[in-house]
Design a protein. Structure first.
Length: 109
């Protein structure tokens, strides 16, 4: 039986509050939080930036810019996006899963 994975797509109010609280903690407190996922600097070598590279990822709450739905961009998803998919380090989640799926279905995403 497969374990249910929390994707952040339909977070409870409690999950949203916790993600928001953690996002406002001091970086040292964030680094030691149980939901933190460590970054792998070797997998971030593709990033050409003058800024600092992340040492870790935390769950980031956001509001969809198209429909306003609240979702959470999970730390594990960020790690995959930046380190495996080689996404730009300044990119952040701005559209919910439903809106991204709808745009892809229309062929404009």
């Amino acid at each position: 039986m497969r374990k249910k994975v929390d994707t952040g797509r339909n977070p409870s109010a409690k999950q949203l509050r916790e993600a928001d609280r953690v996002s406002r903690l001091h970086p040292e407190q964030q680094r030691n939080h149980p939901s933190t996922v460590a970054a792998d600097p070797r997998k971030l070598e593709h990033i050409n930036t003058y800024g600092a590279l992340p040492e870790y990822y935390i769950d980031r709450p956001f509001n969809c810019r198209l429909c306003g739905k609240k979702e959470i961009w999970r730390a594990g998803d960020q790690k995959w996006y930046y380190e495996e998919a080689k996404g730009h380090i300044d990119a952040v989640a701005v559209e919910c899963h439903s809106c991204r799926k709808r745009k892809k279905g229309r062929g404009s995403g």
